[in-house]
Design a protein around this ligand. Sequence first.
Ligand SMILES: Cc1cc2nc3c(=O)[nH]c(=O)nc-3n(C[C@H](O)[C@H](O)[C@H](O)COP(=O)(O)O)c2cc1C
Length: 347
Amino acid sequence: MSFYKKIRNIAFLAEPEKAHKLALSALKLGIYPPSQYDSKLLEQEIFDIKFKNPIGLAAGFDKNGEVPNEILESGFGFTEIGTVTPKRQVGNKQPRVFRLEEDLAIINRLGFNNDGMETVYSRLSKIKKKGIIGINIGANWDSKDKINDYVKGIHKFYEIADYLTINISSPNTPGLRDLQTGNNINELLKSISHSKKEKINTPIFIKLAPQLTKKELTYVVNKSIENNIDGLILTNTTTERNNLKNLRYKDENGGLSGQPLMTPSTKTLKDAYIISEGKIPLIGVGGISTADDIIKKIKCGASLIQLYTSLVYQGPNLVSDLKKDLTEKLKKEGVQSIDQLIGLEAK
Ligand SMILES: Cc1cc2nc3c(=O)[nH]c(=O)nc-3n(C[C@H](O)[C@H](O)[C@H](O)COP(=O)(O)O)c2cc1C
């Protein structure tokens, strides 16, 4: 049994949120493996940003920007803080995170628990960044003007973030996902566009759900391109519960992540690549746990990828292992760089 598996058996005795707090504490104390593998083959330049490797830590792990440098030092190519909302929020009642071990999955209904943008801003402005840090912004659950919450987030963070993510796809804030469709998305994109005209040059991405219809996805992708959005993140968690083995938690409300999300999120990614004709960089997220999964996402249109749930199940050596395996696989594919594979299966 690997060292992490032994630790995991103990950590899994704790409630998921307690185990997560422990992981954050370990990172703060410097208890994490240093990055063990780098390779020229994994490097890319996208949005004028140099990425050492394509593997990012997805939003939700470091919601309050407490350990971004430690995450980067453990080998991730980039990390995404948040979701951060204008006002501090406690989120939903506990318990609100569930491990579905048989499915290598998690259900969460945290509901944007976070310290609020002033606190996160002041924390982040004190550190010297050791790599690429994105900030994922959201709206408060009781906000009367959700679009304005995103505008506030953009203005607060654009100077200190390497990129900003507009998260309109969390299933845990009532009404939030409605911003992905119809007139709502137009209004939101207009406001973002307006901010960009005010000389905000920080790349802005939009993070979408895996459950949009083809018509809705086509609309939001095309409108994003029209409004000069810099990238799309596909996808957030799903509220679907197809083919789960776990009987205890599978019907808990919230967003499902991990292995069962790989197929639906990759389909959405591929559809978005086909719709956009490769005109806008895509970040693939959902269910990644192996180098083959990363290759699959790249071939379906991703320039970069993110993961979260597999880190819980496989531990902090995962990122170094993935970088090594991915490099081997890229060599086998006979390519000199990742971009030669992007979208190959999305025709
Ligand atoms: C416990 C937990 C909390 C999350 N919180 C956020 C969040 O605050 N904002 C966000 O955009 N995504 C959040 N996510 C979604 C992840 O960023 C990611 O999109 C999703 O988990 C799919 O990736 P995975 O299968 O590799 O975990 C969260 C996921 C988990 C498991």
